[in-house]
Design a protein around this ligand. Structure first.
Ligand code: GLC
Length: 753
């Protein structure tokens, strides 16, 4: 029976039951019509399937399985193929565990580095986040399992996430906070989307028609169903009218009773209820038809998931931030591992993404045959005892050649549910690293962190390898990277600022009573630091390798296009070092002379390539309208200004190797609603304005020059002053200065508008 027939046979009560969860993790069944209840569960870096008492914060038990690296680590791989592979593996695991929908990935923008859930999100850049999220969703859904990207949208802090109001202007909303979701919806067609807890500009996302219907469905073509974050449901009638379909968790009958009452009272149209029911049934019918419930685990899988994949992901995500000839480590040297995280690493975040790991490797065991010695150095649970542990570590370091310090953020520093107060590592760890860096020995720091951290000791250490939250295989991956069995290839997907107060959201985070005003607008992350020419600790896109890469032969196939065309650029990348390695080639675009405020550069392409020593590869990027556009809030859409653009190729946002210019002619006119008070230069920017008003202004300027009307004392600047005065004045001033009549000004405007 198809969905519309099924819906036509349902009672109103049955329909309402399908819009309300059955329990914490299941939808409701309608046995009479053969409709099952379907299970969903978290999350982005592993399967948090609960069989006992449920919760949405990861406090209670879930099945034993493999924990993969968190999103902040995976994003640093810049590897869409690996991201898709993770999605496939999780999709298989969902099928083996009879899970119909996976609640992930998380793709909220990193507005502030202290958001407690940044470990679960990809980036400060929407293009990177969107591409990675799309790869993950494609992977999961290739197995017939629905993905449920989250949290839609502007859920960029944990403080008062269930009640706060994110105040965001339209351009910033679309250009920064929605663009990753837009890329994801258009490229990967997720079967579901989870709406966020918070309000956006005064309306809760769970009943925000602009977001759930106008943008998500009408503008982007989303055809799945919208589910609330757990406990985000508000008034049923407004929710269904706005485009919300399923309220989770279930368990109570309040929501369905309210739906029935709203329909019976005429407050809610039953046709809208039918639409919501249909969307939900369409997705789970698709799951029924496509899920491969006989999926066998891969050779290396534990039957639950794939530890070998977890290791591959960790090895390809780690970022070598600094290396003054300290890495890779060589055998035969006396090496001391210092730090609790060498034995008990922090490898995942806390909250609803938390996984009950089968096995977690640690670096000390993984380096078993390397003859390393160990000193604990600090105690994350009892910092008071760290003083003695630090003394012991300094003592143990006396006869070591190289000291490898395993440091990072303890679980108590960052989590779902609360934000960090700052970006500092624990004081005892900073003191330890500082003291060890004054012993005249080589010092390597290995970090375990879900978000950007400050490094007051950076000048005193020789290398920093950032593992981020690397999942179960963290220990083995770290050792293979330290000894060069794997060459680090990750690059930062978020800027590490020197200090928190440098961050653009600093003055408005978390906002009064949890109501943040996104006053920094589009300038988040590297968009801000670059515009301000502000030095940072490590820039977006930064990451070193044990080998070196050179870029040459940068070419573009057209010098001028319209915004309906595409243009291709290509670059040859060479491995000129002695190690095989992977390079993440990044492409940035900037408008040379924008008429609106725009970032100095924006990421519009990236590719990860693997090269043997001496090998080269040609890397090509295709640019289209959206590579050059910004979101125009008069047009309510992305818009390309005519002008010259710089297309930059680099190894990071601040390591641009080559730049090429291209002219782009915009073919879309901004809506004309010029008045007598519109500045002349705004009218001249439009096609019609240039045609009608252009000759008039040219004549005025020419006559002024002829009459010697410029102020001689200003020299050439006199003509410039006159021209700027004319072009910046309201068009009515042409009449005020007797250059034409008021009627003629109005006639001209009528002709243009
Ligand atoms: C949590 C999280 C969400 C998760 C859900 C179910 O509150 O915000 O990401 O999927 O509840 O655990």
């Amino acid at each position: 029976m198809n969905v519309s027939e099924l819906v036509s046979k349902m009672t109103l009560q049955e329909k309402a039951s399908l819009l309300s969860g059955g329990d914490f993790w299941h939808t409701q069944a309608v046995e009479r019509l053969g409709i099952k209840g379907y299970m969903m569960c978290d999350g982005p870096n592993g399967l948090r399937k609960q069989e006992g008492s449920p919760d949405h914060l990861g406090k209670k038990e879930s099945i034993k399985t493999v924990c993969y690296p968190s999103a902040n680590a995976l994003a640093s791989s810049f590897d869409v193929d690996l991201e898709k592979k993770l999605g496939e593996s999780l999709g298989d695991e969902c099928n083996r565990e009879h899970i119909s929908m996976l609640l992930g990935p998380g793709l909220n923008m990193k507005r502030s580095p202290v958001c407690g859930r940044n470990f679960e999100y990809f980036s400060e850049d929407p293009y990177l986040a969107g591409k990675l999220a799309a790869a993950f969703v494609s992977g999961v859904q290739s197995k017939g399992v629905a993905a449920c990207p989250k949290h839609f949208a502007t859920n960029n802090q944990e403080y008062r996430r269930m009640s706060g109001n994110s105040i965001v202007d339209e351009r910033t909303l679309h250009e920064i906070y929605l663009q990753a979701f837009e890329i994801l919806v258009k490229e990967a067609h997720p079967k579901s989307i989870m709406c966020a807890y918070n309000q956006l500009n005064g309306t809760y996302l769970s009943e925000n028609k602009y977001m759930l219907t106008d943008v998500l469905r009408d503008k982007w073509g989303f055809d799945g169903f919208v589910v609330t974050d757990w406990g985000a449901g508000k008034g049923p009638a407004k929710g269904v009218e706005a485009g919300l379909d399923l309220v989770m968790p279930g368990g109570g009958s309040d929501h369905e009773k309210a739906i029935v009452a709203a329909v019976e009272s005429g407050e809610l149209s039953e046709a809208l209820v039918d639409k919501a029911v249909s969307r939900i049934l369409d997705v789970f019918n698709w799951n029924e038809e496509n899920a491969d419930l006989d999926a066998k685990p891969s050779d290396d899988a534990t039957g639950k998931a794939d530890y070998a994949l977890a290791k591959e992901l960790a090895e390809n995500s780690a970022v070598l931030l600094k290396n003054n000839k300290a890495l890779p480590l060589e055998d035969g040297k006396k090496i001391l591992f210092v730090g609790e995280f060498a034995k008990r690493p922090r490898y995942q975040g806390s909250g609803s993404s938390h996984i009950n790991s089968i096995y977690v490797s640690n670096a000390l065991d993984a380096a078993g045959d390397k003859g390393v010695s160990f000193a604990r150095g600090y105690d994350t649970l009892d910092p008071k005892s760290s003083d003695n542990l630090r003394k012991e570590a300094v003592q143990a370091a006396q006869d070591a050649d190289i000291i490898v310090v395993f440091a990072g953020l303890p679980a108590s520093y960052e989590s779902e549910g609360f934000d960090r107060d700052d970006i500092n590592l624990p004081q005892d760890q900073n003191k330890l690293i500082d003291e060890l860096s004054h012993l005249g020995k080589k010092v390597v720091v290995v970090l375990h962190n879900g978000g950007a951290v400050s490094m007051p000791w950076i000048d005193g250490v020789d290398a920093v390898l950032d593992m981020m939250l690397a999942g179960d295989a963290v220990g083995e991956a770290t050792v293979r990277l330290l000894w060069g069995d794997v060459n680090p290839s990750g690059k930062l997907a978020e800027t590490y600022p020197v200090k928190l107060s440098d961050n653009p959201s600093f003055l408005n985070f978390p906002g009064d009573h949890g109501n943040p005003v996104y006053a920094e607008g589009i300038y988040i992350g590297y968009r801000y630091y670059e515009k301000k020419r502000m030095p940072v600790l490590f820039p977006f896109g930064h990451g070193l390798s044990y080998t070196e890469f050179e870029y040459s032969n940068y070419e573009i196939d057209k010098e001028s296009i319209t915004d309906k065309d595409t243009v291709n650029v290509s670059i040859d990348v060479w491995n000129v070092g002695r190690y095989a390695g992977k390079e993440i080639v990044q492409l940035y675009v900037s408008e040379n002379d924008p008429r609106v405020s725009r970032p100095h550069k924006e990421l519009k392409g990236f590719k990860k390539i693997e090269l043997a020593p001496g090998q080269s590869q040609k890397v090509t990027f295709t640019l289209d309208k959206r590579s050059f556009a910004y979101y125009n809030d008069k047009l309510h859409d992305f818009y390309v200004e005519s002008g010259d653009y710089s297309v930059m190729i680099g190894a990071s946002s601040s390591d641009i190797r080559h730049t090429i210019s291209v002219h782009v002619e915009g073919t879309v006119d901004l809506p004309y609603n010029f008045t007598t008070f519109t500045p002349i230069e705004d009218i001249l920017e439009s096609r019609k304005g240039k045609e009608v008003l252009g000759p008039v202004i040219d004549k005025v300027l020419a006559e002024n020059d002829k009459e010697g009307g410029n102020d001689e004392s200003l020299g050439e600047a006199g003509a410039k002053m006159f021209e700027k005065m004319i072009k910046e004045m309201p068009v009515l001033s042409l009449a005020s200065f007797g250059m034409m009549s008021v009627d003629d000004v109005q006639k001209m405007l009528d002709q243009i508008n």
